[in-house]
Design a protein around this ligand. Structure first.
Ligand code: CAA
Length: 381
């Protein structure tokens, strides 16, 4: 088994790392405090090819593999987890399904500007009364001559207030339950489409989330993504890939928390020596580093399976649940190692603690990941 990265993967990782150190580290705390969307930095990410890392070059992407995407996500999220999710939604929840299910025309018109970062995308699946239970959605689309007419409301949509293009899921035939859901490519400047105000969030505050309202919004008939009734499967397949990106985001948050805990523990003196020399702290650091490394291996495995055309749904759910819970574990212990200093905003510990939490919730809660894993274990073991 080979664990070495290719030259290309190392180059992507180092590019993302340099960018994160130079451009994000100095402002991440301010972006968090002021809940500021880093528009200029997202533009710079686009110029580096990081808004469509694993998207073919002919469609405006960086033409790299998913392992490269994971490496880049970890580096960006290590510095600013909010910027990480802005990037991951565009990469894996918007560009990825356009590559897989889009027509040639859709790829030319919609994918190219998204993968090159000229435009930003969002993924409209969740609704006020339909989170884990996707089929409970109420949004519907009715065909009127050459146009689909959309009505409904989506909520908690990452990039909602900032996106120019949305992938929206809606019922085209409610009777058919999940088989009656379809996916649509929706320009956000369509009359009848509006984004609500940004939500006030616990963490990842540089990324903005909002509702999206659809009131008799008309889009061309040709903007359906995939086939009519295929929407549920498109959403699931998209999330299978997206969850690898969130696992990588969790790795970044966990790594930031661990690095800061190590630095603090070496510096902080108690009982006449550094707290790093106390076994109570060493055992915490050992567990933090071990869980993070295990999470990294699961995440790389899921990305590798995807890159090599193998089934990766179970591996992606395992990576997501393990990495997100590892990030929360590491961030909680990093805060504890900082003592009172962990609880104030002068250090990064409390930000990582807040940022880690969402990785256990979005793109499928930890409970949903366990549902997915258990279903596969029962079917295939
Ligand atoms: N790929 C393709 N097809 C799949 C699939 C997959 N991974 N998983 C299920 N399907 C298919 C099934 O084969 C089945 O097909 P048939 O119609 O042929 O029978 C169909 O989908 C229905 O499957 P289930 O009966 O398993 O569906 P379910 O209603 O029980 O739901 C679930 C399963 C795992 C709970 C799913 O609903 C789920 O993943 N929920 C979580 C939703 C989620 O992750 N939301 C995240 C929102 S996006 C977000 O968070 C973005 C952000 O802000 C960053």
């Amino acid at each position: 088994m080979k664990f070495d990265l290719t030259e290309e993967q190392i180059m992507v990782r180092d590019t993302a790392r340099d960018f994160a150190v130079r451009e994000l580290d100095p402002i991440a705390a301010k972006l968090d405090e002021e809940a500021e969307f880093p528009k200029e930095k997202v533009q710079m990410l686009a110029e580096l090819g990081l808004m469509g890392v694993a998207i073919p070059e002919e469609y405006g992407g960086g033409d790299m593999d998913y392992v490269s995407y994971v490496l880049a996500m970890e580096e960006i999220s290590r510095a600013c987890a909010g910027t990480g999710v802005i990037m991951s939604v565009n990469n894996s929840l918007v560009c990825d399904p356009l590559v897989k299910f889009g027509t040639e025309e859709q790829k030319r018109v919609f994918l190219k500007p998204l993968a090159s970062g000229e435009k930003l995308g969002c993924f409209g699946l969740t609704e006020p009364a339909a989170g884990s239970d996707v089929s409970a959605m109420k949004t519907n689309a009715v065909l009127d001559k050459d146009e689909w007419v959309l009505n409904g409301e989506k909520n908690f949509i990452t990039n909602g207030p900032n996106a120019q293009t949305a992938i929206i899921f809606a019922y085209t035939d409610k009777e058919k339950r999940h088989r009656g859901i379809s996916a649509f490519i929706v320009p956000m400047d369509t009359p009848g489409i509006s984004a609500g105000p940004k939500e006030k969030k616990l963490g990842i505050r540089a990324s903005h989330s909002s509702s999206i309202f659809m009131e008799d919004a008309r889009i061309p008939k040709t903007n359906i993504l995939g086939e009519q009734g295929q929407g549920f499967k498109i959403a699931m397949a998209t999330l299978d890939a997206g969850r690898i990106g969130i696992a990588a985001q969790a790795l970044g948050i966990g790594r930031a928390a661990l690095e800061e805990a190590v630095a603090f523990a070496k510096e902080r003196q108690a009982f006449g020596k550094s707290v790093a020399s106390l076994q109570a702290i060493q055992f915490k650091l050992a567990d933090m580093a071990t869980r993070l490394e295990a999470a990294r291996l699961l995440t790389f495995e899921a990305a590798y399976l995807k890159d090599t055309g193998q089934k990766f749904g179970r591996a992606s759910a395992m990576a997501k649940v393990f990495a997100s819970e590892a990030a929360s574990f590491v961030a909680t212990n990093a805060l504890q190692i900082h003592g009172g200093y962990g609880y104030i905003t002068e250090y990064g510990a409390e930000r990582h603690f807040r940022d880690a939490r969402i990785t256990e919730i979005y793109e499928g809660t930890s409970e949903i990941q366990r549902v997915v894993i258990a279903a596969d274990v029962l079917k295939n073991s």
